[in-house]
Ligand binder design. Structure first.
Ligand SMILES: C[S@@+](CC[C@H](N)C(=O)[O-])C[C@H]1O[C@@H](n2cnc3c(N)ncnc32)[C@H](O)[C@@H]1O
Length: 189
């Protein structure tokens, strides 16, 4: 059983998408093809498919992907979930937008693997392709993200660099915790 399978027995574990992310993608044109890496239960993928983006979500949690695909089917959304390890995925050149929401930790043991993944995405992304990252704004995570992008050797236009407050509600206990996030969206030039 993948790590998140047991957590995804709770529906909509992470709640609703950030309003700031939805506002950005409502306004963004052209509506293109998105790959949502580590899409989980489809918190973002479902909302983006509803906005008219052709969306592919990948995750290694079968439970999350099955839940998302069942909603996509019921609501006739242009959304497909696939069970894949994000580290073995390469076809970023086929997408207009790569979404990475809450998948990086940048802890000592993950940092090389995670920054290598960002570089791999950047190298394969098409010109004018977007990378949208939402990451906890704690410690030096945001600066690691920005440094990795800026030292990649590719030029980017920053379309969004904003601070968000994410409220997580534990559905069982009702306990609420608020975390500061950074939403960083760049376009490859
Ligand atoms: C904190 S959750 C975020 C889910 C979703 N992006 C969201 O914001 O609602 C992290 C997700 O990444 C997935 N994940 C972690 N490592 C993965 C890997 N190597 N391959 C595929 N999915 C992975 C987990 O299964 C989980 O669904």
């Amino acid at each position: 059983m993948a790590n998140y399978d047991k957590y995804y027995r709770t529906e909509e574990l992470f709640g609703k998408p950030y309003p700031e992310l939805i506002d950005f993608f409502i306004r963004y044109e052209p509506k293109g093809k998105i790959i949502d890496l580590g899409c989980g239960q489809g918190r973002d993928s479902i909302a983006l498919a509803r906005l008219g983006y052709k969306t592919i979500g990948i995750d290694n949690s079968k439970v999350g992907i099955d839940q998302m695909n069942s909603i996509a089917k019921k609501q006739v959304l242009n959304l497909t979930g696939i069970i894949v390890d994000i580290y073995s995925f390469y076809n970023y050149q086929d997408y207009d937008i790569v979404l990475l929401d809450s998948i990086f930790h940048f802890e000592k043991r993950d940092i090389k693997r995670e920054t290598d993944l960002i570089v791999k995405i950047i190298n394969r992304l098409k010109l004018n392709g977007l990378i949208c990252t939402c990451i906890q704004d704690t410690g030096n995570k945001v600066s690691i993200l920005k440094d990795t992008i800026s030292s990649s050797g590719h030029e980017f236009e920053i379309l969004n660099d904003s601070s968000l407050n994410y409220l997580y509600v534990d559905k069982e206990s009702g306990h609420e915790s608020e975390t500061k996030y950074c939403m960083y969206i760049v376009k490859k030039k």
